[in-house]
Design a protein around this ligand. Sequence first.
Ligand code: GRF
Length: 195
Amino acid sequence: RRVAILISGGGSNMVKLVESMTGDHPARPVLVLSNDPAASGLDRARALDVPVAAVDHRPFGRDRAAFETALLQPLLEASPDVVCLAGFMRVLTPAFVARFAGRMLNIHPSLLPAYPGLHTHQRALDAGDAQAGCTVHEVTADLDAGPVLGQARVPVLPGDTADSLAARVLVQEHRLYPAVLRRFAAGDRTPVLLG
Ligand code: GRF
């Protein structure tokens, strides 16, 4: 199985996904693609010998469709079987998502369906939640709302800030996403549920 990974920044989730695809793993990374040519994750991908590409979204302004047409080129050239969004911070149109229906995944830093969208950790703290976590889901036309493929939970601790909670959740993201991808690439969509 050929896996393309889309990033926007540091790509810590991408690194864990790439590092997991070794040995008898049914998938291999074929492209790391960013909407920011300066994303430090691109250098980390290069260091891992994964082909990289970048399509800067800024010149396209509000023309989302034009940006996505450009983004699609390197992606189609890599002919991935699975596309993983990993810290990818652009909203994709239903038309783009439809091209990868059933084979595009995303990791979101909340226990969906709670807290779709941004600032998830602060929202969990403001609500006084006892738990937080992350979700890997299939990407559908509706933002952060596709079928859940995995979740990992962490406790919210006294004195937590959005940053301390984000750091605790990120550790679980790095466990969850590789576990989900391995299962998904083998054709198994049974959700991965981590403590
Ligand atoms: C992280 O905060 C993660 O919760 C979300 O995107 C952010 C950056 O991830 N998925 P990464 O380090 O670029 O993978």
